[in-house]
Design a protein around this ligand. Structure first.
Ligand code: CTP
Length: 402
């Protein structure tokens, strides 16, 4: 089988050096990559680097190898175009359909999905001109990944940093995995809220009651949603995973903190997916000092109190009209019967029911589930990567929200 063809556009920002890592990940995972840098990006990374890493000749202009008609061929034959970093200037030229170099010609001839990973100073990102250009590109079906917040060039920090190349690679992988459907951004214009990970309920400064959720399923949901064009807020409870590119990540520890963060963000969300494993109980009392054992004495029992059920609460309140709520259910016995009862009890629209056990679901990258709908539907998802389950959830959401 032919390798998927990817065009990596690189524009002139300091983050151009990070595109080398993206290129390496793409080639090592079996993609045929043509790098198309802008002339100004060559101030940051030279042609020789791109050529050596991609194994292809590199040009910025349409006037090289004219007999091969590169200004149309490269775009026409691509399965994916990713521009990383995308500067304010490149976004503007793309939004206005200019064709003044090989990259912009490629963007005009490409009929495949296009991903932009912008990187620039916060002021440039927030400028109304850039906002409008980004909105135009998104409206036309491009995935424009929200930049990360952090250190920028020089002493500045803020929004505008290129996300981790490994995470931009994940977006590319998800977009490519959707095949021709990747050109449709079926979650574009939607704001989705995903909770992930497992809450921890502290007993004392060194101990907590926790659970085995790794956060992988929730992070896979966040990544898929970014690749399908959604604005994503990820409420992450103790997950030790890198921030998905493009998602706004809010970190929480306990169930009460998670509830507060979810309720705060739910007001703006079209869809809420509660993938987090929320502790049902918390210790009644928090000991400010470490609980010590005493020789000859049995340990004092730990009194627990109930935590609020966040999923049930948001399902009842529905912070926005038409908001869709998705829950997860981890069951060890009578999986489907318990799932159905839980769907009714919680009042959500979809419930992803999976069987958990010693080697199932928790911590692994794979999962098997049945998605139950409040309309009586039942969608089995065979054992496979958590990304596939994530895409099935978004397929079902997209079908219900349009
Ligand atoms: N959930 C929640 N708040 C809680 C407990 C759970 O929002 N205090 C959410 C989870 O995020 C998940 C769903 O409820 O989406 C189901 O969680 P699960 O642990 O399977 O169900 P429980 O309500 O805890 O029911 P049980 O313990 O009886 O199985």
């Amino acid at each position: 089988m032919d390798k998927p063809k990817v065009v990596l556009g690189v524009s002139g920002g300091i983050a151009a050096y990070k595109a080398c890592e993206l290129l390496r990940r793409l080639t090592e995972s079996g993609h045929d990559v043509r790098v198309v840098p802008t002339a100004s990006s060559l101030h940051f990374v030279g042609e020789a680097t791109w050529s050596a890493l991609s194994g292809h000749p590199v040009s910025t202009e349409v006037w090289d190898s004219v007999h091969e008609v590169p200004h149309v061929r490269i775009g026409q034959s691509a399965d994916l175009v990713v521009v990383a970093p995308a500067t304010a200037d490149t976004l503007a030229r793309a939004a206005h359909g200019l064709a003044d170099d090989l990259l912009t010609n490629t963007l005009l001839t490409a009929r495949c999905p296009v991903v932009f990973a912008p990187a620039m100073h916060t002021e440039m990102w927030e400028h109304p001109a850039t906002r409008e250009n980004v909105a135009t590109l998104r409206r036309r079906g491009a995935v424009v990944i929200e930049p990360a917040v952090g250190r920028l060039t020089g002493v500045d920090t803020g929004k505008g940093r290129l996300p981790d190349p490994a995470e931009i690679f994940e977006v590319c992988r998800r977009v490519l995995a959707r095949g021709p459907k990747g050109v449709e951004q079926d979650l574009a214009g939607l704001h989705v809220l995903v909770s992930a990970g497992g809450t921890r309920e502290p007993l004392d400064p060194v101990r907590f009651l926790g659970n085995r959720s790794s956060g992988k399923q929730g992070y896979a949901l966040a990544r898929s949603a970014v690749a399908r064009g959604a604005r994503v807020t990820l409420i992450s409870a103790n997950a030790e995973l890198p921030d998905p590119a493009g998602a706004d990540v809010v970190r929480v520890g306990t169930a009460l903190q998670l509830r507060e963060a979810v309720l705060k963000a739910a007001g703006e969300a079209d869809v809420v997916v509660m993938a987090a494993a929320v502790a049902d109980f918390r210790p009644e009392r928090y000991a400010a000092g470490k609980i010590k054992k005493k020789d000859g004495e049995e340990p004092a029992p730990v009194a627990l109190v109930r935590n609020p059920d966040v999923l049930a609460e948001i399902s009842v309140t529905r912070a926005r009209p038409g908001q869709l709520v998705v829950g997860f259910a981890a069951e060890t016995d009578d999986v489907l019967a318990n799932g159905r009862a839980k769907l009714l009890r919680k009042g959500c629209d979809l419930l992803v029911v999976n069987e958990v056990g010693d080697h199932k679901a928790f911590g692994s990258g794979r999962n098997e589930a049945v998605v139950l709908g409040s309309d009586g539907s039942e969608t089995p998802v065979p054992y496979g990567p958590k990304e596939d389950l994530a895409d099935t959830v978004w397929d079902l959401v997209a079908g219900r929200i349009s």
